[in-house]
Design a protein around this ligand. Structure first.
Ligand SMILES: [Ca+2]
Ligand SMILES: [Ca+2]
Length: 337
């Protein structure tokens, strides 16, 4: 059984698809996408211990792996804030799955949703002030939003179907998710206040899971078994031009765009790969032996923070990513229009 399908059997973690770091924060509240490519965070599970999942990050070439969570339970669905300084994730360390937030170096891990029912799949608003997530507290999956401190938890979907795996658009106006309300999983999009819930995929009898936005907000990446095997597809934000990007890598499960829009990082339920946004030039960046790498999400390199002292400017961690940001030039998204 593949990692993708194993995870999918856990009700709350049917949201097993990769989530893009949809959001983030700057003091001015502006979103950071498109941005400079930083590190890749992901979930890794040891084959010797089912559901012993922890969150790691590495450089996009596969070097420099760093473990961020430590535990024998489940730590999954990492999602970067759009300024690249924080990661939301799901953990059951307190007895059931909740939304946690940590700093990019793994410090400060805090239970934010703090509810008595399972929750999963946090996704930041672009200004970093809110987190969308899914929860079973109403008897079926619903997409909720809360303030970044956990207050103000509000049901956005309010539908009897299972609504899961929210992904907040880079401009903050939309939230994509998947839902069973039409008898099988479809990708939906709604306004950030829950209005205008619209089916984008309409594939009868086939599953469409785990939407994540392109950094310019024009496209969605998602997972579908419409070909008979799990593949990564892209489509426009309106649901047109649904395109299989991984017909030569079966299965392909979770993935997300690079912040500059030129690349996609993805999992085949064993290793991680990086490919061009059109699916070409795929390179394997891990070498799995007794573990599974999945749910990769690509960080926006944090901006350099200057201080008004006579000494050299200081930067936010991680230094390498900050240095990359300092060298940033104008970025051209992979998709236009
Ligand atoms: Ca629902
Ligand atoms: Ca479907």
């Amino acid at each position: 059984m593949t990692r993708f399908r194993t995870v999918a059997t856990v009700a709350v973690l049917a949201t097993c698809i990769g989530l893009v770091a949809a959001a983030g924060s700057s003091p001015a509240g502006a979103g950071q996408f498109p941005g400079v490519n930083g590190k890749v965070a992901y979930t890794k599970e040891l084959s010797s211990c089912d559901y012993c999942d922890n969150i790691y990050m590495m450089n996009a070439d596969g070097t420099g792996e760093t473990q961020l969570t430590f535990g024998s339970g489940g730590n999954q669905t990492p999602a970067w804030s759009s300024d690249g300084t924080k990661i939301a994730f799901t953990s059951n360390r307190d007895g059931h799955h909740q939304i946690y937030v940590m700093n990019a170096d793994g410090t400060g891990q805090t239970n934010i949703s703090n509810d008595a029912f399972d929750a999963s799949s946090g996704s930041w608003s672009p200004d970093g002030t809110q987190i969308a997530f899914d929860t079973s507290r109403d008897g079926n999956g619903e997409i909720y939003v809360m303030n970044a401190d956990g207050t103000g938890q509000t049901n956005l979907t309010q539908h009897a179907g299972d609504d899961q795996a929210p992904s907040w658009s880079p401009d903050g106006t939309k939230i994509a998710f998947h839902s069973t309300r039409d008898a099988n999983y479809e990708i939906y999009s709604m306004n950030a206040d829950g209005t205008g819930q619209t089916d984008l995929t309409n594939t009868s009898g086939r599953g469409d899971f785990g939407p994540s936005w392109s950094p310019d907000g024009t496209h969605l990446l998602f997972n579908s078994d419409r070909t008979g095997s799990w593949e990564l597809f892209s489509m426009t934000a309106a649901g047109t031009e649904q395109t299989n990007l991984t017909s030569d890598l079966i299965p392909s499960t979770t993935g997300s765009w690079s912040p500059d829009g030129t690349k996609i990082v993805l999992s085949n339920d064993a290793d991680l790969f990086v490919m061009n946004a059109d699916g070409s030039a795929r390179v394997k960046i891990t070498n799995a032996t007794s573990e599974y790498f999945f749910q990769p999400v690509w960080q926006v390199a944090p901006a350099v923070v200057s201080t008004t002292t006579t000494s050299a400017p200081t930067t936010t961690a991680p230094p390498a990513a900050a240095a990359a940001a300092a060298a940033a030039v104008t970025v051209t998204p992979a998709f236009t229009g």
